[in-house]
Design a protein around this ligand. Structure first.
Ligand SMILES: Cc1ncc(COP(=O)(O)O)c(C=O)c1O
Length: 377
């Protein structure tokens, strides 16, 4: 954005979305979720996480996730503190036996690869990269015991299908931080599908959740029992043990869990993952359909089937400054549409998680047209 003063553009109220939060994380929280926190004000909040009421809540979280994802018999839900970033470090101790293969196609997928590369007890990982705006494919390799995929690369707006690499016998671990709950997934295709609550589950950050296949849990238990040194906070064996008792190893943020359970049960009450994913499909249709028809906006991701339905990235033509457009939107109460900073593109990034109304995404596109029309009058 230049140093020129921000154009004073007022977006007419009848063009504006009902809710102006389009951030890719933390994402919009629905007011009903905050009501649930209020309702817990004198009951759950401020009470022990080792006692029945909070353990029941954690139980609702674990069984709700199991239902939402249609987990097959033997799969289980684990959780712990620290968010996805902590889970990556935990995975270098407790999921990767010797060698991992990483698909690296943006900021987040590259971070797990870097964590594995830095772990002195592991072999050098294999990293398969592709340019931002695309994704590479995993390739079965002798000696690879974890294939690290990313369901949705939040920094670029690329989504990939979760599928076991043909002929591979290693575990499949999927970073689903921004994909889980908004994109469809077949649980038989993964051994660990891990995420955090601040995206589709419209809660706060700070927790990690992992859906584990029997093989995933078995790997954790074997490595946890081995003579490998594992910091207790990153010990997935300890986390799994606690999760099975509907608790966490150390104290969790209870309000975060209340917010998440409310969102999860909202999804389940409306029809589950298929319903949530269909909402995201409708938002994506509105966003990409608009960009494709626009003279100045273009979907960044060239292949339609790789365009994420939860985080959309839209390039703007030269001469239309995306930072100015985002700043004018913000001045009008429509926030967090900026691109991922390290990508360095003239781009808007717009979240379309289930909490976000598809009609609000359509309204946002009309607001962008209004701003661009005013600037270039
Ligand atoms: C795909 C992906 N992975 C990992 C992370 C990091 O998650 P956390 O902030 O919970 O550590 C993010 C956060 O935006 C993400 O989008």
């Amino acid at each position: 954005m230049s140093n020129a003063p921000l154009p004073d553009i007022r977006i007419p109220d009848d063009l504006k979305p009902g809710d102006g939060r389009f951030g890719s994380g933390p994402s919009k929280v629905r007011p009903a979720q905050v009501d649930a926190v209020s309702a817990a004000a004198t009951t759950l909040l401020g009470t022990s996480h080792r006692q029945a009421p909070v353990k029941k809540l954690v139980g609702r979280l674990r069984s709700g996730l199991s239902t939402l994802f249609g987990l097959p018999d033997g799969y289980e839900v684990a959780l712990g503190n620290g968010g996805t970033t902590a889970f990556w470090d935990a995975a270098t101790f407790c999921l990767i036996d010797r060698k991992s293969q990483h698909l690296s196609f943006g900021e987040f997928s590259s971070k797990f690869a870097a964590a594995a590369a830095a772990a002195p007890h592991l072999d050098e990982p294999e990293v398969i990269e592709s340019a931002p705006g695309t994704h590479p494919s995993a390739v079965a390799r002798e000696g690879v015991d974890v294939y690290a995929l990313t369901h949705n690369e939040t920094s670029t707006g690329v989504a990939m299908e979760v599928r076991r690499p043909e002929g591979a016998d290693g575990l499949v671990a999927v970073d689903a931080t921004s994909g889980a709950g908004g994109l469809r997934v077949d649980p038989t295709q993964f051994d660990a599908y891990y995420f955090a609550p601040q995206k589709s589950f419209a809660s706060d950050g700070g927790l990690w959740l992992a859906l584990l296949s029997p093989a995933g849990a078995e790997r954790i238990e074997r490595l946890a029992a081995s003579d490998r040194w594992i910091p207790a906070f990153l010990d997935l064996g300890i986390a799994l043990d606690n999760s099975r008792k509907d608790q966490t190893y150390n104290t969790p943020a209870l309000a975060t869990i209340v917010l998440m359970v409310e969102q999860l049960e909202w999804m389940l009450g409306n029809g589950g993952l298929e319903w949530a994913a269909s909402r995201c499909d409708r938002s994506a249709e509105a966003l990409y359909g608009w960009a494709e028809a626009s003279e100045y906006a273009t979907p960044f991701v060239a292949k339609p089937d790789e365009r994420s339905h939860v985080v959309g990235t839209i390039d703007l033509a030269d001469g239309i400054d995306a930072l100015t457009v985002s700043a004018v939107l913000r001045a009008n109460g429509i926030v967090d549409t900026d691109s991922y900073r390290k990508l360095g593109r003239n781009q808007l990034r717009i979240a379309m998680f289930p909490a976000i109304e598809p009609d609000d995404v359509a309204a946002l596109t009309r607001c962008i047209d209004h701003i661009v029309g005013e600037i270039h009058r």
